[in-house]
Design a protein around this ligand. Structure first.
Ligand code: DGP
Length: 215
């Protein structure tokens, strides 16, 4: 049996990640895949509650301290995520370490410094970047409710995301309709899973979990 695939959705605020994650999970379940949704920051843990207090402006924290909390929030999920991938469960993940680096670098921290705490996390098998110009994101409403929802910052965040982009990323135009974005994502995911299953049948390829984020 092939291990589960780690499928990540990244993007700026209001690009539609959460909707796409939910649609993707539902469609994969319908097709008989075993799949779970993970979301970062995970606001349900003790660390996540500190992050929530910061994001909703009820708590002030040094930029470096909050960066490390976001990273710790990912590390605390790692054992459970690895276990699930090993059991053949696919994970659809709503934000991850790229958001960590993009937001903190956009605030003025050094890019390499920002990557370091996340070095060695499990690396996604497939990363989608939902790309939306900031002017479009603003029109979608809700901007301004949380700490980072400001135009200039969001623009810098998008620039850093695009710097982090690698050949393994799939850039999705988030101006498209919800349904056509979904179709694109599902097509890519189905392809990725099919290839992994075929490789597993041949069984001469290593299929280890990739624990080399930012390495
Ligand atoms: P969300 O729950 O997806 O709306 O994310 C909350 C906000 O936190 C959003 O503006 C993006 C930002 N964010 C997400 N992950 C990180 C991170 O690791 N570091 C920093 N500095 N910001 C993050």
């Amino acid at each position: 049996m092939a291990r589960g695939r780690f499928i990540l959705l990244e993007g700026c605020d209001r690009a539609g990640k959460s909707t796409q994650c939910e649609m993707l999970v539902a469609a994969m379940k319908e097709r008989g895949h075993s799949v779970e949704l993970c979301k970062f920051p995970d606001r349900t843990t003790t660390i996540g509650q500190m992050i929530h207090a910061y994001l909703t402006n009820t708590r002030e924290l040094d930029d470096r301290a909050i960066h490390l909390l976001f990273s710790a929030n990912r590390w605390e999920a790692m054992q459970a995520m690895k276990r699930k991938l090993q059991q053949g469960i696919h994970l659809v993940v709503d934000r991850y370490a790229y958001s960590g680096v993009a937001f903190s670098t956009a605030k003025g921290l050094d890019l390499t410094w920002c990557k370091n705490p996340d070095r060695g996390l499990v690396r996604p098998d497939l990363t989608f970047f939902l790309d939306l110009p900031t002017s479009e994101a603003e029109k979608r409403g809700g901007f301004g409710e949380e700490r980072y929802e400001k135009r200039e910052l969001q623009e810098r965040v998008r620039d850093v995301f695009l710097q982090l982009k690698s050949n393994e990323w799939v850039i999705v135009d988030a101006c498209k309709s919800v349904q056509s974005m979904h179709n694109e994502l599902l097509r890519e995911v189905e392809h990725k899973i099919r290839v992994a299953e075929e490789d597993a049948k041949l069984a001469d390829d290593e299929d280890d979990i990739l624990e080399d984020m930012f390495m």
